[in-house]
Design a protein around this ligand. Sequence first.
Ligand code: ADP
Length: 161
Amino acid sequence: MKVAVYPGSFDPVTYGHLDIIQRASEMFDKVIVAVMCNSAKTPLFTLDERVKMLKESIGNLNNVEIKSFDGLLIDYCKDQGIHIIVRGLRAITDFEYELQIAQVNRELSHNQVDTVFLTTNIKYSYLSSSVVKEIASYNGDITPCVPKNVEDALYQKYGLR
Ligand code: ADP
């Protein structure tokens, strides 16, 4: 069975992430969306909130599971017997960082874990969690960027609803 892990901060999940999840779910037997809690970034949403929003947003993709993890991704892969990491690529700026992380992960896993990159759906190429948070914080319209549950949670976080 081909199992892939799609790791990220998902702070919060956007349509860009959901597009990658949907496409990965068609490529692999099972996709584990792994929400990282050890991100260097200070998240707006708690780990539980990020997991909950993802669970509410993925709809009925039966082969997708939402999990959280702490520590090194490569250790998580080893624990779970996973050999494939999925990451999304938006622009050339993502590439340099992603290439480095992918090489490190392959090296650390002694060639046991490889990374598969899915290029962004062009209509979401401008989308990032940071951009969405910025727009929401000024009470801007984020309906094209995130599902309703995430939109509500964002405005609530910023005390706007
Ligand atoms: P991280 O903090 O690990 O960068 P993110 O939650 O920001 O995590 O993103 C997780 C993954 O999803 C990354 O591989 C990122 O490049 C990808 N991603 C984020 N937004 C988009 C998008 N709009 N289109 C395609 N991939 C995306």
